[in-house]
Design a binder for this molecule. Structure first.
Ligand code: BGC
Length: 936
């Protein structure tokens, strides 16, 4: 017996010795595995121009309390080197660190067109190494202008309009572009034939345009992106995309590169400003770099030798729509063997002013298809397809008929009472596509350079009666990964969540737009800032805002003010709008631990604060802009109060951001500025009884949420806030600026029950009201349409406006209880608030560090709460309970469960500290017990 155990002990020791950090042990011993490697927020990005890119990964482990204590990154110039574990560009060596995100590359200088392959291994809490991750890659773009060989080419048509469309002044409305003066030209087609003589190792194309481009190579469309090169201030910067086209090249044969150009934002309608806001001459710049097996390189670039013509696309405009005449198709135009003898020589522009940079965002792509749910014929020969969902995108048409038959498609969000489409709210956006048949069989067509915001498609001129599948909806938006999920026992709340996500899908379209349907679709900064926190729950918005912050900074005015719209096309400044320049980078920092966005825009943010300081003697701001609490319900908040409140909020966030990037002196300076604004605000706007000037819900919300009151005045202000809600019979009166503060503030002041009341309300005005009126997205107004009164004023009435969807932040962060505690979800706050009559809620959020999930439900006299956290994070978990010993976890008293530490009782909740992994809490807490008492 004894002997045996000694042998066993020796054996065990041997295993211990052998299980050292050798490669075999790495395979088996690993308790955490790095996965989902990303570079600059993207998986395997091509053609970046960030020379110190940031790398990140996620860690997975089903076990509790898993930590990373070190990592080693290898970056190699070839796959072969990486496979041999040779980091010839960068071998970080073993770095003692628990960081997994935003790790700055520190290897050899990255040069134009370099290919980089990388992988990572990590060490866990016990010092055990993981296996190497799967390899990932990124490639460098063309880092300086001299690296480009290609010229800017195009095809200018005789008679093409060069200036902006004329404007007229209308009564009550002011200056607008006269819709009938709009003119559209056919899309230019460009092509170049060339020989590829030798076997190709790698073929890469870099492409950009003034206008939109669609690139083709040997008959195939290059890439899956639409609306490239994206929208930027083309006077200052224009982006290019990079594609690997190795598989499309035909060695030893004639090859053909081609492109179609369209007006897009550059020359087409933008907002209500009409056409040619940036310029009129469409230009393409593209170059194909062929790297041959023998080590030589050849470049096929746009220049005067390219051939040009027009073809079947007779008109293409983002707002107006697209017209296609299939009889004018040029079969094989983008392939070898096509006779371009009658095409003209392309025009060449020597240089353009704008900087050419790698696209830092995520392009628009097709993300889904929608089948009609209903087909009707409200007038003879006029068919209406109902797609059942309002969204941004377009329709694919299937049709059979005679050559010359013309089918016209019009798009709308709503129907008139007689079943015809309602288009008045589109204002001057024509939103009409047309297709002329070539005849001879089934024809399938989808436009390329336009999009509409719609639920209904009207089809006229269709030969015969269309089948239900004659129209298919194509959903388009910036293809950001979806990161949230939400479900509860309340169908209204679930529908609201769905509507919010659809609102985001439809409006995260290159830039955060206000709406996708009318002649507007601008990057309204106020809408963007109120919604960004919700947006960052629903989608991975890091790259999207990296890009948009450049638009915002490019739009900054001489005096330091951030604009109301970015890209800036319609000058204007407003409190609550320009502040996006502070609030958006701060949110990206909070959610993704991104300090670079702060560093990059710091100088611009300082200029904005200086602008505010200069116009605010004694720390009080005069009104800024006309917006105020936009679209409030007869409860205007004084505009000077709003401006001062946002000034305070900006100073407060600026102090945090300065600290985050090590500018401690600045942090102190901005903290002092904030303290002064606080004092001035209270002295000027707050009465001794806690009443605040304007006496509106929004005034109290700003004062409370932006921390503008001395602590002792908060309870009185909170009481007044409740009174204001009660006065409206427990309904809201907030506009764009107040609405998103409403529920979070109510929870902060210990009134979550009231928050639930507003969330689940269905009378006007409320989130639920529009749902009872048939909404499938969030609307611009609380009553954009009512069954009783019909449509709101068509001058401004969108059925797909995300601003009020900003309540999503509370649904994920408070109702489901998933939030970050500090930057970047390293420490997580799990604090769900069961209530509102809900019997369960289940939500997930795929954070930059991995998936977080909560699920709470009532069962008899118990509340159950399941929590899942990614490896290498920790969380503070609040479990509603009267006392700590009421809480069990996985069958044990929670305080004794592995990986859990009881911290304290706090406002009716037992608070625990937990490491990563999954937990199942059970608490003696009844559904009718209400909210945990008191303030947080
Ligand atoms: C837009 C809004 C925007 C507002 C501000 C409207 O036309 O649609 O979303 O914030 O103008 O002026």
């Amino acid at each position: 017996m004894k002997r045996k155990s000694i042998f066993m002990a020796i054996g065990f020791m041997l295993v211990m010795v052998w299980a050292g950090p050798g490669p075999a042990a790495a395979q088996e011993g690993a308790s955490i595995t790095p996965r989902r490697l990303r570079c600059e927020y993207r998986e395997n990005p091509l053609g970046i121009d960030e020379t110190r890119p940031r790398l990140s990964w996620q860690l997975e482990s089903p076990e509790r309390g898993r930590k990373q204590t070190g990592y080693r990154i290898l970056v190699a110039g070839s796959e072969a080197a990486l496979e041999k574990n040779r980091g010839d560009l960068w071998d970080s060596g073993r770095i003692a660190s628990d960081e997994t995100i935003q790790i700055v590359y520190q290897g050899r200088p990255l040069l134009s067109r370099m290919l980089c392959f990388w992988k990572v291994m990590v060490w866990d809490g016990a010092g055990r190494p993981s296996a190497w991750s799967q390899p990932a890659s990124f490639s460098m773009g063309l880092l300086q202008e001299e690296d480009w060989k290609a010229q800017w080419i195009g095809y200018d048509l005789p008679g093409q309009r060069k200036g902006r469309a004329p404007k007229v002044t209308l009564p009550y409305i002011g200056e607008v572009v006269w819709p009938f003066s709009k003119r559209y030209s056919p899309c230019p087609y460009l092509r170049k034939s060339f020989q590829v003589e030798k076997p190709v190792r790698r073929a890469t194309v870099y492409a950009t345009a003034l206008g939109l481009y669609e690139l083709h190579l040997n008959g195939a469309r290059v890439g899956e992106d639409y609306f490239t090169p994206g929208w930027s201030d083309y006077n200052k910067r224009v982006y290019y995309q990079t594609y690997d086209v190795t598989a499309l090249v035909r060695p030893g044969k004639e090859n053909v590169m081609g492109a179609i150009l369209a007006d897009g934002w550059y020359a087409g309608n933008v907002g209500w400003l009409g056409q040619r806001v940036y310029g009129w001459a469409l230009r393409l710049r593209a170059e194909l770099v062929l790297e041959y097996e023998d080590g030589t390189t050849e470049v096929v670039a746009t220049d005067g030798s390219w051939r040009a013509a027009t073809g079947p696309i007779r008109e293409a405009d983002i707002q107006a729509g697209e017209s296609y005449d299939a009889r004018l198709e040029m079969p094989g135009w983008d392939q070898a063997g096509f006779d371009d003898g009658r095409w003209k020589s392309a025009a060449v522009t020597e240089r353009i002013e704008a900087k050419v940079e790698a696209y830092p965002g995520i392009p628009v792509r097709r993300t889904g298809e929608i089948k009609p749910v209903k087909l009707s014929e409200p007038k003879p020969g006029v068919w209406v397809f109902n797609l059942g969902q309002n969204f941004a995108g377009r329709a694919r048409l299937k049709v059979k008929g005679q050559a010359g038959d013309k089918v016209v498609l019009r798009f709308a969000e709503m129907l008139n009472p007689d079943g015809t489409i309602y288009t008045r709210n589109l204002r001057t956006a024509r939103a009409t596509d047309s297709y002329i048949l070539k005849g001879g069989g089934e024809e399938v067509w989808e436009p390329r350079f336009t999009y509409h915001g719609f639920q209904y498609v009207e089809v006229a001129g269709y030969p015969g009666a269309p089948a239900a599948d004659a129209v298919t909806g194509i959903v388009l938006h910036s293809d950001l990964p979806l990161t949230s999920s939400f479900e509860s026992s309340n169908p209204l709340v679930n529908k609201l969540y769905g509507n919010i996500v659809w609102g985001q899908r439809s409006n995260y379209f290159e830039v955060p737009t206000d709406c996708p349907q009318r002649d507007e679709r601008l990057g309204w900064t106020g809408d963007a800032q109120v919604f960004i926190r919700t947006a960052a729950y629903n989608m991975d918005v890091g790259a999207f805002f990296t890009k948009w912050m450049k638009d915002l900074e490019d739009g900054q005015f001489e005096n330091g003010a951030f604009p109301r719209v970015a890209p800036q096309v319609a000058p204007g400044i407003a409190a609550g709008w320009g502040d996006a320049g502070i609030i958006c980078p701060w949110t990206i920092y909070r959610v993704y631990g991104d300090t670079r966005i702060i560093e990059k825009h710091y100088a611009a943010m300082v200029r904005w604060i200086e602008f505010l300081e200069k116009r605010s003697p004694n720390y009080l701001s005069p009104p800024l802009g006309n917006e105020g609490d936009w679209l409030n319900v007869n409860a205007p908040t004084p505009k000077d109060l709003i401006a001062t409140a946002y000034f305070g909020e900006d100073a407060r966030l600026m102090a945090e951001m300065a600290k985050a990037i090590g500018k401690d002196d600045d942090a102190a300076k901005y903290r002092e500025l904030f303290a002064n604004i606080q004092k001035a605000f209270t002295a000027r706007y707050v009465a001794a009884d806690g009443k605040i000037a304007g006496d509106t819900q929004t005034a109290y919300l700003m004062a409370l949420q932006f921390d503008l009151l001395p602590a002792e005045m908060r309870p009185a202000a909170a009481e007044h806030l409740i009174e204001k809600i009660q006065e409206r019979d427990w309904r809201l009166s907030t506009g764009f600026l107040g609405a998103h503060l409403l529920l979070p503030t109510l929870t902060d002041v210990g009134q979550t029950d009231v928050a639930y009341r507003l969330l689940t309300e269905t009378r006007y005005p409320s989130w639920g009201y529009s749902i009872t009126q048939g909404a499938t997205t969030t609307w611009e107004r609380w009553d954009s349409y009512t069954k009783e009164h019909g449509f709101q004023n068509p001058i401004m009435n969108s059925f797909n406006h995300y601003a009020y969807g900003a309540v999503g932040e509370w649904m994920l962060g408070t109702l489901a209880g998933i939030d970050t505690d500090g930057p970047g979800f390293k420490r997580i706050l799990i604090r769900p608030r069961p209530g509102g009559g809900l019997t369960y809620a289940q939500a997930g959020y795929d954070s930059i560090r991995g998936k977080i999930a909560t699920h709470w439900w009532f069962e008899g006299n118990e509340l159950r709460l399941e929590v899942a956290l990614p490896a290498n994070t920790s969380a503070t978990v609040y479990v509603p309970a009267a006392q700590a010993k009421d809480v069990m976890e996985s069958g044990r008293p929670a305080a004794q469960s592995p990986g859990i530490r009881f911290l304290r009782m706090d406002s009716g909740a037992a608070v625990f500290e937990v490491g990563s992994g999954s937990y199942a809490f059970v608490s003696k807490w009844k559904a009718d017990q209400g909210q945990p008492s008191g303030a947080p």
